[in-house]
Write a protein that binds this ligand. Structure first.
Ligand code: AMP
Length: 278
């Protein structure tokens, strides 16, 4: 497995490889990331995983400095998973102009709701770094987790709008035994918070079950989910019932996406699930 630190080396590695799949990550790898790697191996001859904690997607009061960095363990896990290359540039390699980028990518509409409201500028940072990774590695496919459902939608929309020559694939959310979605940020939780964190997936499950049973009062279902989060000690950012394109659900909607986010102590957690009914 090749460890690549520079854009120039990445371009050399990429040249003359027939089918390359990219899995972009911020490291601190867990079973969710590794499920995307396994899916990537099925669709491409060569798999590259990027590890880059992207400063552009963190707000001024967010956890950039404390974000868990576990490079040695990540490399070992990726080697074991049969990855061909790791692209792990430093900040100065990705943003040579003093860590900043004068050029950014903004995907209008879809970024102005849900996590876009609680994290202003976050999705511009994501869209910008993903564009840059696509330009450096020119992957045929790129894989993103449904765990970050809005992010996946933003990247899909960006790739379609700009005719980026890459197929964007989504992978299902991988969960711990109690239902909590794997996330690098779970490491911030105290043991007590970790026990209460299950409320996030449980509240989404509860609302999904009610939607599956035909309930139509979306506002009161959202309020119910919100209350379950509050009761467990979360400070919720949103609890929303949407359609699969993230428009608010209507009586005509048959395929729903239930999305929620909130802070448990100092840790912001997000999750979502889909539910269809005829
Ligand atoms: P991150 O390192 O948190 O930026 O995540 C890198 C990629 O892994 C993103 O496409 C995430 O959506 C995906 N991912 C994160 N957690 C999970 C999970 N529990 N299941 C599946 N994919 C995930």
């Amino acid at each position: 497995m090749q460890i690549i630190k520079t854009v120039a080396e990445a371009r050399t590695w990429r040249a003359a490889k027939p089918r390359v799949a990219l899995v972009p990550t911020m490291g601190n790898l867990h079973a969710g990331h590794l499920s995307l790697v396994a899916a990537a191996r099925k669709i491409a001859d060569h798999v590259v995983v990027s590890i880059f904690v992207n400063p552009l997607q963190f707000g001024p009061n967010e956890d950039l400095a404390n974000y868990p960095r576990t490079f040695e363990a990540d490399v070992a896990a990726l080697e074991h998973a049969g990855v061909d290359a790791v692209f792990a540039p430093g900040v100065e390699e990705m943003y040579p102009a003093g860590g900043a980028s004068a050029t950014t990518v903004h995907v209008a509409g879809i970024t102005e709701m849900l996590c876009g409201t609680s994290r202003p500028g976050h999705f511009d940072g994501v869209a910008t770094v993903v564009t840059k990774l696509f330009n450096i590695l020119t992957p045929d496919s790129a894989l993103f987790g449904e765990k970050d459902y809005q992010q996946l939608a933003v990247v899909r929309r960006m790739a379609a709008d700009l005719a980026l020559p890459v197929v964007v694939e989504g992978g299902p959310t991988v969960r711990e035994a109690d239902g909590l979605a794997y996330s690098s940020r779970n490491a911030y939780l105290t043991p007590d918070e970790r026990r209460r964190a299950v409320a996030l997936s449980a509240a989404i499950d509860d609302v999904c079950a009610r939607l599956a049973a035909g309930q139509q009062d979306f506002r009161s279902l959202e309020a119910r989910g919100w209350a379950q989060l509050s009761d467990a000690g979360f400070d919720p950012d949103y609890f929303d019932i949407r359609d699969t394109d993230l428009a608010p659900a209507t009586r005509q909607t048959t395929a729903f996406r239930v999305l929620a986010a909130g802070r448990l102590g100092r840790t912001r957690l997000i999750d979502n699930k889909g539910i269809s009914r005829d």
